[in-house]
Design a protein around this ligand. Structure first.
Ligand code: FES
Ligand code: FES
Length: 159
């Protein structure tokens, strides 16, 4: 199996490594980089637990080969918190009880971050459409939608 040298900017830091062709991005992130915040729920592109941002676009990292991320920017849930504190989306999930077991939460949050960047004032329908590729087995989606609305309000300077 061929090996490839890759270099990916992960949460603003360049990470280089050697991967075999079949290595999935999610496995590289978790097993090689030790960033286990990105979860694996299905491995078949259904659940969205593995969602990360690749060049700002929500991407199911179980569906992408690590070599395809070479030269690109990846943001994982570990990259949301800054020295200033939690990201507004993280705060929203905290304040509005948008998680129960938490398994889907990293993927939900990464999808929400991308949505709010593109659409700072999403309607409930916009939010539900955006997270339609992220499955939650626990909460239903009411509190998740509320969490994202709360984050939008925070980002818009209010609420
Ligand atoms: S683990 Fe990637 S979509 Fe479920
Ligand atoms: S909080 Fe458990 S799967 Fe969503």
């Amino acid at each position: 199996m061929a090996e490839h040298q890759i270099s990916v900017t992960v949460n603003g830091v360049e990470k280089a490594g050697e991967v075999v062709s079949r290595t999935l991005l999610v496995h590289w992130i978790r097993d090689e980089l030790g960033m286990t915040g990105t979860h694996i729920g299905c491995d078949t592109t259904h659940c969205g637990a593995c969602t990360v941002l690749v060049d700002g676009v929500p991407t199911k990292s179980c569906t992408v080969l690590a070599v395809q991320a070479d030269g690109h920017e990846v943001q994982t849930v570990e990259g949301l918190e800054t020295a200033d504190g939690l990201h507004p989306v993280q705060e929203g999930f905290w304040e509005k009880h948008g998680l129960q077991c938490g398994y889907c939460t990293p993927g939900m949050m990464m999808t929400a971050v991308a949505l709010l960047k593109e659409n700072p004032n999403p309607s409930e329908a916009d939010i539900r459409l955006a997270i339609s590729g992220n499955l939650c087995r626990c909460t239903g989606y009411v509190n998740i939608v509320e969490s994202i609305r709360h984050a939008a309000a925070q980002l818009n300077g209010g609420a």
